[in-house]
Write a protein of this length. Structure first.
Length: 144
């Protein structure tokens, strides 16, 4: 079973974000071992060092200049990653972004849009897309 880790900076302050993330984390349990590592906000360099220490396996960094993928393409990418690594780490940086070292460490730089999203919202969107990717891989009716 694949291990999926979300490394992110900051906390989920509002209960509705925590509830939404908890729901997707629960759903993901059927497909993978899932873990969130929430790091404290600090200077960009300190955050970058902590992010790099938390990375395992194949690393996907979310950044606006990254590659745009469809849900189906993300599902395919995750399936191909599973052939070479049992671990995948997704990274969401702070409002200050990610250091160059983190971006260089990433095996894939992924963008969800050219828009900038609140980081708390992005956690929910990312978890939903990871869940969707697993359902696509298994031809489940969730993805239409």
């Amino acid at each position: 079973m694949m291990t999926v880790k979300l490394v992110c900076v900051g906390t989920l302050k509002e209960s509705y974000w925590r509830d939404a993330c908890a729901e997707y984390e629960k759903r993901l349990g059927a497909f993978c071992k899932f873990k969130t590592v929430a790091l404290p906000e600090s200077t960009l360099e300190t955050e970058g060092d902590a992010i790099l220490k938390a990375c395992e396996g194949y690393v996907v960094a979310l950044c606006v200049e990254g590659k745009l993928l469809s849900s189906e393409e993300l599902a395919e990418k995750m399936e191909s990653v599973a052939q070479i690594s049992s671990k995948i780490t997704f990274i969401i940086g702070s409002s200050c972004g990610l250091t160059d070292a983190v971006k260089q460490r990433a095996d894939l730089r992924l963008s969800f849009s050219r828009f900038t999203f609140p980081h708390q919202m992005m956690r929910v969107v990312l978890l939903e897309q990871i869940y969707r990717a697993f359902t696509i891989q298994r031809n489940m009716t969730y993805h239409k």
